[in-house]
Design a protein around this ligand. Structure first.
Ligand SMILES: Nc1ncnc2c1ncn2[C@@H]1O[C@H](COP(=O)(O)OP(=O)(O)OP(=O)(O)O)[C@@H](O)[C@H]1O
Length: 763
């Protein structure tokens, strides 16, 4: 029997080796072709650079465009990806014989006679799928771009709905070497032939292999194993808002990033306006940053944390939950409007304005000045932009008082006199100083600091915030460091104030640009096309498409901030209400609706948890039942047989216990271990792990959003639960970060039972 098994194994091995060799031959051919294309691109770049000496605008614009395109192309080709080519589908004959632009047949459905009555069939087409498309010299497809329509069956086809696909293969390679293949048969009942030989199937599950891999501190792309329900989201038309919900680990973040790459592929011109991905924390930005470059996309996508959306601000501090609740609430809008107007009065202007014009003293009294201010502020225009109008009304009032208007009947002479009067006054230092103090140019930071005075803030927040809220808010604004929630306030203030009215600084002009007059269209000479693209991206404040990750966490004020960045764009919004750390979902929903406007919405739900093994998902589901009764958890796709571990720590031995448990997990997994604690314990917990090396990290509960680790230690669920009104949902996030193992350490606060299970996790 054993000998027979061995024979079967060795046959399987030799079939596997043969199939690997087949794919290796194909990959070799692809690389040969890529090298040819790299040479072509280099030639293009050199050629274009030579033409850069010609001075006509048309030639220069053409040079710029060519160098830019060739540069992008070269950059992509030069990236030696771990798995440049990762997939293959073998298809039977389609209903019609039409080919698409990528050289593949377009038909999704098989021809009527593609499968013979004896369930045998011939493979009519074999397509290889990769990160970018490569055509052979004769325009036959060597590799189909994963985003092309012809690649869709690779992701969409299932045994229930196979279309033309008989076999779907995932190819694993490193650099130029094929390491392995994994097949799924979409029509297991069919015996298919390719070149007269029966089509073999190798391995058991590329998805499972991908999910079992050790995690590092950076997210990987999922391009070789996107699942059908995810593919529907990635390829959804971008005409409107795609709203995607799904539980922890269902691939929302991964799907959102792949969607960005897909949209760029579909309509690069349209998305040259940029795609913004809004992420909750800098940690998640760092974790996901590598995904798009691995998909061959860079430059046009900006991934920004909520605390870094406003230029010049880089906030990472968190407010205490009660303060966050005030700063995030839409009520702040009223307070800020009042603060902006109130701040105008802090300029220490004299009570009355006294100037000398045409040798006579002119004066405006306090009530006249306040009347003028009311008139100017009557509109909705940003306050800084109203300064010229305020200046004009002051001059009008002085002119009226001077009686100058009646001096001439001839309109031309009257106008001349008036302009001389204006000139006389506005060059006077007294007037300039008065205007600067009476209508000072305000900055968002300045107004925010003005709000740190409790009595003043009390005036501005009357009937909106209660005295306790006012005190908390004023106190938090006295801190030097900006918090994540302050950034949304700064952005709102920027809108209320408008840009300062000073003229723009002129860039140094390139003599060539002056000649052509194409200053705005052409890059400056010393700036390469790449640098220019980067500069434009950095200066951008509105985007063609906005992707919001972890959307459930945006406060109303943050929705307003993000909304301003996509006023004319399309949107993809992904989130999970069960993971929301915002206590007032209704208020946030209204702000979200306002940001998304009346654009039509398409809703998608992701249902499978690819991250957590069933054992961990089951424990987390207990918290979900409490946090959101009636809400279905996603179903876990795999199981490890390892149940979560519970450990009770003596209150004076918490550090040692957590350290020991972390060390234990580090020995058991190859990748990372995350230790999740209540926000207050962040710094302390980092100290606990100081000697354990880079694979172990400590994070506060709110920082754990979106991240994942091979194993996690969740410290004191009760502390996490009690730290905010949304604590149960935050705990749900903490418990769903591990791909393999979870240890829960409880303290006295958790009231652990005999098996060290904390009260909140018992049935
Ligand atoms: N089709 C897939 N193939 C391979 N891995 C996948 C697939 N879909 C998701 N994953 C993996 O599952 C994990 C969870 O994905 P992701 O972080 O995108 O989920 P999420 O829905 O955003 O989770 P959360 O809401 O908890 O932040 C990641 O490691 C991701 O790579």
């Amino acid at each position: 029997m054993a000998a027979q098994d061995a024979a079967v194994d060795s046959t399987a091995d030799s079939v596997r080796d043969r199939e690997i060799a087949v794919e290796q031959t194909h990959l070799d051919q692809v690389y040969r072709r890529l090298e040819e294309k790299i040479h072509e691109a280099e030639f293009l770049m050199n050629d274009a650079a030579k033409r850069g000496q010609v001075g006509t605008p048309g030639a220069l614009a053409e040079r710029d465009a060519q160098v830019f395109r060739a540069g992008i192309h070269l950059n992509r080709l030069n990236n030696e990806f771990e798995d440049f080519l990762f997939g293959r589908i073998d298809l039977v004959l389609g209903k019609d014989g039409e080919r698409g632009p990528d050289g593949a047949y377009t038909s999704v459905e098989p021809a009527d006679d593609a499968i013979r009555p004896d369930l045998s069939a011939d493979i009519a087409e074999t397509l290889h799928i990769g990160r970018i498309g490569v055509l052979d010299a004769d325009y036959s497809p060597l590799v189909i771009d994963w985003r092309a329509p012809a690649a869709a069956p690779f992701y969409r086809s299932t045994p229930k709905d196979p279309g033309r696909v008989v076999r779907r293969r995932v190819i694993r390679s490193k650099g130029r070497k094929v390491l392995g293949v994994e097949d799924d048969l979409m029509r297991p009942e069919v015996t298919a032939f390719l070149g007269g030989e029966e089509l073999p199937a190798i391995g058991d599950g590329a998805l499972m292999a991908a999910l079992g891999r050790a995690r590092t501190h950076t997210m990987r792309d999922i391009v070789s194993s996107i699942q059908a329900e995810q593919d529907l989201v990635i390829r959804a038309p971008a005409a409107s808002v795609a709203e995607v919900s799904g539980g922890p680990g269902t691939g929302k973040t991964a799907v959102a990033l792949h969607r960005a790459a897909y949209l760029l592929y579909q309509d690069r011109r349209r998305y040259s306006g940029g795609i913004l991905v809004v992420s909750p924390t800098p940690l998640l930005v760092a974790y996901t940053e590598g995904v798009l470059p691995s998909l061959g996309e860079e430059g046009q996508v900006a991934i920004r944390a909520l605390g870094s959306l406003v230029d010049g601000a880089e906030a990472t501090a968190y407010d205490e939950p009660p303060v966050a609740r005030i700063k995030g609430s839409a009520r702040m809008l009223k307070v800020l409007r009042k603060a902006v107007r109130g701040a105008l009065e802090l300029g220490n202007a004299p009570e009355r304005l006294r100037v000398v014009a045409f040798g006579r003293r002119q004066e405006l009294e306090a009530d006249e000045l306040s009347g003028i201010r009311q008139v100017v502020l009557g509109g909705t225009a940003p306050v800084n932009l109203l300064r010229p109008r305020a200046r004009k009304l002051l001059l009008d009032a002085l002119w009226a008082k001077s009686g100058g208007a009646g001096r001439h009947t001839d309109p031309e002479l009257a106008a001349e006199l008036r302009s001389a009067f204006d000139e006389d006054i506005s060059t006077e230092d007294v007037f300039v100083d008065f205007l600067n103090a009476w209508w000072p140019e305000l900055t968002p930071r300045g107004v925010l600091s003005a709000m740190a005075d409790e009595r003043r803030l009390g005036r501005w927040s009357r009937r909106v915030l209660n005295p306790r809220e006012t005190r908390l808010l004023a106190r938090s604004l006295r801190r030097e460091e900006l918090s994540v929630h302050d950034v949304a306030l700064l952005d709102e203030l920027q809108g209320l104030l408008g840009a300062p009215a000073r003229p723009k600084k002129k860039r140094e002009l390139d003599p060539l640009e002056q000649l052509t007059g194409l200053e705005e269209l052409m890059p400056r000479r010393e700036e390469s096309a790449w640098e220019r693209a980067e500069r434009l991206a950095a200066e951008r404040t509105e985007y063609a498409h906005v992707i919001v990750d972890e959307a459930q966490d945006l406060t109303p004020m943050q929705w307003r901030m993000v909304g301003r960045r996509g006023r004319t764009g399309t949107w993809t919004v992904v989130g999970d209400p069960a993971q929301s750390s915002w206590p007032d979902p209704q208020e946030a929903a209204e702000a979200r609706d306002e940001a998304l406007g009346t654009r039509p919405r398409r809703r998608f739900t992701l249902t499978v948890n690819y991250r957590n093994p069933a054992e961990i998902a089951e424990l987390a589901a207990k918290v979900l039942r409490r946090a959101m009764p009636g809400m279905e958890p996603p179903s876990a796709v795999r199981s490890t047989g390892l149940r979560p571990r519970f450990v009770a720590a003596q209150d004076d031995a918490l550090a040692e216990t957590v350290r020991a448990e972390t060390r234990r997990l580090l020995e058991q997994v190859d990748g990372t271990v995350g230790v999740v604690v209540a926000m207050d314990r962040r710094v302390e917990a980092a100290g606990w792990l100081a000697e354990l090396g880079g694979r172990a990290v400590a994070l506060g509960s709110l920082e754990a959003k979106g991240l994942e680790y091979d194993a996690t230690v969740v410290v004191s669920p009760a502390e996490i639960e009690q730290e905010s009104p949304a604590g149960l949902r935050v705990l749900y996030v903490a418990l769903t970060r591990a791909t393999q193992q979870l240890t829960v350490v409880s303290t006295g606060l958790d009231a652990p039972d005999g098996a060290a299970v904390p009260a909140v996790l018992r049935d």
